[in-house]
Design a protein around this ligand. Sequence first.
Ligand SMILES: C[S@@+](CC[C@H](N)C(=O)[O-])C[C@H]1O[C@@H](n2cnc3c(N)ncnc32)[C@H](O)[C@@H]1O
Length: 381
Amino acid sequence: MDTQIRHPMLVEANHDENVRQQFVHNLRLVLAKDISPLNHKIYEKKIKPAFIKEYKREPENRHEVRKVMTNDPFYRLYSATQRASQEMMWDSVIDSVEREYDNLHEKAAASPKTKKSSCEVTKDFKTPSYHTAADIHLQPGGYHWEKNENDISAGAVYDRSVFIYAIGGLGNLNDDLGRTLTNYFKEKYPNKSPKKILDMGCSVGHSTVPWVETFPEAEVHGIDCGAGMVKYAHARANYLDKPIHFSQQNAEKTNFENNSFDVVCSHIVLHETSTSAFKNILKECHRILKPGGIMLHLDVPNTDGMDPFTAFITDWEAYNNNETFLVKLRDMNWVSETVEAGFGHNKVQLNKSETYLAQKAIKNGDQPSFRTKFPILVAEK
Ligand SMILES: C[S@@+](CC[C@H](N)C(=O)[O-])C[C@H]1O[C@@H](n2cnc3c(N)ncnc32)[C@H](O)[C@@H]1O
């Protein structure tokens, strides 16, 4: 099992918790590498021919594939096991966090702060309904649950669980998506050196840290709806010696002034919002960007160029892991929504990028452990 880089905020698992976490990690590996590909074989050999026999044509889209695949016993067993692995993942990490609960706040309070780092939470913050309606990814209590005002357990649970969820594929600091976007930005805009950067929906700062590393002179901000997320992110970044200003804010309507950022970005956030929030966030990015500033949103794969089966299987998270808006977002026109939010139509692009770690492995002649192209919505104000 690959190891996650240790820092003082990362909860330490005891022997039994560690064995359980390793079991989930390995189960997810087998599901991804050995079991999931069998669904495609079954589709090609059994499900698609039966569909063609009945309708005299192939399934046209992922919704039609879904109707027939969800009746198949093998797919149902795969899907139930995948979901069980998700529930087991949270259980195995929550036990460690509960055991360390009292220490976490003390460790956070003792984290080395600088003038370039801060954390603000908002009293009576109104969590958007798309977070309270269902626990996204099945994380018990969601991103925002708090037992009291010192509670940072949601962040502690998230930090460790993401590593297991991604089977280590996001790197030992879970920072591959941040590295992918900073790398993309540097290649696309080699002459820009942003002075003020905002990461929306930063969670515990996994993707925010690479922005500080790439632009150490910049003032970097991270916002998130979850108070436990930003408080944990602040302590984590302090221990990693990466100064960042964190605050609990809704990306739909922030307290930042007009024209204040050179870069506003997000990493796998938009698909966990809603139709109106997606539109509001694009408008808010336009409002707070300086003229000439760049908006970048990296999100989970859309269906462009995907065959109906692949598009169906990549919808799994939406139907089984409470990422409900994903289904809708994949059918929306991201470019025209961005133009509607105020960006010039010739200033918006929807590109795709391999992840930083995959690019690195390919360059070294190695087989990437995880390979997918992420869409990146880019616009210049
Ligand atoms: C999948 S996590 C993103 C992880 C993080 N960006 C990263 O790359 O590691 C989604 C995060 O977005 C946050 N979020 C979703 N909607 C938001 C909104 N309207 N305003 C601020 N944060 C939001 C959630 O609270 C959650 O922490």
